[in-house]
Write a protein that binds this ligand. Sequence first.
Ligand code: PYC
Length: 353
Amino acid sequence: MAFKAVCHFESRQTVRLPVSMSCFVFVFKFVYNLPSPMLPLSSCRIVDSHTAGEPTRVVISGGPELGSGSIPERLAYFRSRFDSFRSGVVCEPRGSEVVVGALLVEPIKPEAAAAVIFFNDVGYLGMCGHGTIGLITTLAHLGRIKPGIQLIETPVGDVSACLNADGSVTVASVASYRYRAAVAVDVPGFGRFSGDIAWGGNWFFLIGEHSYAITPANRNQLLAAATAVREALQASAITGEDGQLIDHVEFFSEPQDPANSSRNFVLCPGASFDRSPCGTGTSAKMACLYADGAMSPGDLWRQEGILGTVFTGSFEAAGTGQILPKITGKAWITGESTLMFKDDDPFGAGIVF
Ligand code: PYC
């Protein structure tokens, strides 16, 4: 069953009170020095989940009306007109820098189950692997889809996602490729790193050689080093294709579980790291392995994240050096609620550090 997202922004309204009530409120306000009696009714409904430890917050109603343009045009409109809605939904005090938001918008293709715009504490994501797994699990939780393949529209292209019989989700993501290999960058205070630049639905700098232990206990050191790498890439004008910003940095090591292929730590845009093995990061990794001749179509890649959770990856060759990745993982619903945005709340648009 195809789900068509019906989204409208529940605008702030001032409720007019009867005269007798207004007098009462005036006296009450005068005595207790309360703010004016406005009843803002701005709210949205959300479903929260986590995919292998990484949270996704799907806005299922009450989001802004973004028109009927292409999904990239609607993302541009969202960014220019409703950015405070983005930050209000995912940032503290309603969320945190770890939360990835997913706004459902009306799909363009009749056969699409949904169209989605992913966002986080600092901006917008092209694609999001863990978020798509969370989205499919959310639509299933709401009874809007059944096991099987669903077409999902994103700002960087269509993806299909299969809700498997065991509740896991396999995402057939956007074409991925390595753009440059073994790029050196000098990182003040941290030394020189060499990494590959790859597209997996977001831009990644992938570092295999480093001295960091990828453990939860070492997360602050990893976060500091990866953030410094990202800043150095920007300062050195090292970018993705067409000058695009590299906003994800990935460190790799041997897996802790010998059943897995590799372990990673992924810095997300902003101040947070991915608790999951990162779907788009795993796509970027497989694109590099393919470019090196170290992985072939049909091979399986078990990417272990910093928490030890795993995404399984495979791909088909797309020609011209690109791959068509598939990522499998599982999400769990953690809550359903209504977010409130009161007119007089100083942090209605979130706390932006
Ligand atoms: O799973 O692709 C992903 C992702 C990107 C940022 C956080 N998770």
